[in-house]
Design a protein around this ligand. Structure first.
Ligand SMILES: Nc1ncnc2c1ncn2[C@@H]1O[C@H](COP(=O)(O)OP(=O)(O)O)[C@@H](O)[C@H]1O
Ligand SMILES: [Mg+2]
Length: 258
């Protein structure tokens, strides 16, 4: 690992172009979801983005993942301005991101066996290298080898989440990004997944960006926390000081209800 930023957003304003169907006309309209976002994630750092539902968390991740070009501003991944790169180069840079999408029940293709799901990001390796990498990662995420022959439907929510995490880290990315990794799981499973994420952070020495609406989860997963409110960053800093001494009105409300 070198020093520096894995991810850097500069003055990003982003959202969607929505189509409005009128009686006589169709109009395209910009819906701004994120405003003036500045964000840095350093090598090996654990950052949590806290925000209520609809605040723009998933939209922010889409921007970072190269899936949603901002209206304004720039997005750097390992120092490269991703939206100015040619497609092939962009794909290469974005391989440095491992991504765990929001809902473990929807995120896995039900007709593909776990073994195939995990080998897919490893197409550059030989078959025997793939096999040993898959075994190592299964051990790390604490899944038995017999899941390789199973379909996602045969797995519990917690096991699916472990499969998704395994898939995200199997090709050894520089940063792991998780969108509400615990919100679909029951409480006992939530603690296990949080512990697993921290164990992965320690062992693989990667940066971890987690999005959550849960302050408890944030407390366990953040070196630094960023509070997103209606598409703007309203507060950021050390998670314990934010909880002890929130400066912003909305953060205070969030902390008092926690
Ligand atoms: N594909 C889309 N087209 C138009 N608006 C969208 C789209 N996806 C999300 N939005 C809107 O963007 C806002 C933020 O959504 P999202 O980023 O999913 O929030 P969060 O993940 O924090 O719950 C919401 O108002 C939502 O309705
Ligand atoms: Mg979301």
């Amino acid at each position: 690992m070198g020093l520096g930023d894995i991810i850097r957003l500069e003055d990003v304003t982003a959202g969607y172009v929505v189509v409005k169907q009128g009686i006589k006309s169709i109009a395209r309209e910009k819906r701004v979801v994120l405003r003036n976002i500045n964000l840095r994630i350093k090598d090996g750092e654990r950052v949590v983005i806290i925000g209520e539902s609809g605040s723009g968390k998933t939209t922010l991740l889409r921007v970072i993942l190269g899936l949603l070009k901002p209206f304004n501003g720039r997005v750097f991944v390992i120092g490269k301005d991703i939206y100015s790169l040619k497609w092939r180069e962009r794909v290469k840079v974005l391989r440095q991101i491992g991504y765990v999408p929001q809902d473990p029940y929807k995120a896995l293709n039900p007709s593909v066996k776990v073994g195939t799901i995990l080998e897919e990001p490893l197409e550059a390796l030989s078959i025997s290298e793939r096999g040993s990498r898959v075994k190592d990662i299964l051990r790390l995420v604490n899944l038995p080898e017999n899941v390789l022959n199973m379909y996602p439907m045969e797995l519990s929510g917690g096991m699916r989440q472990r499969v998704l995490i395994a898939r995200a880290i199997i090709h050894d990315p520089e940063v792991l990004i998780l969108d509400e990794p615990t919100s679909a799981l029951d409480v006992s499973m939530q603690a296990q997944i949080v512990n697993l994420i921290n164990e992965i952070h320690r062992k693989l020495e990667l940066a971890v960006l987690t999005v959550t609406h849960d302050l408890g989860v944030a407390q366990y997963l953040a070196d630094r926390a960023v509070v997103l409110y209606r598409g703007e960053i309203i507060e950021e800093g050390d998670i314990d000081s934010i909880i002890k001494n929130p400066r912003n009105e909305y953060t205070r409300l969030l902390v008092s209800s926690y």
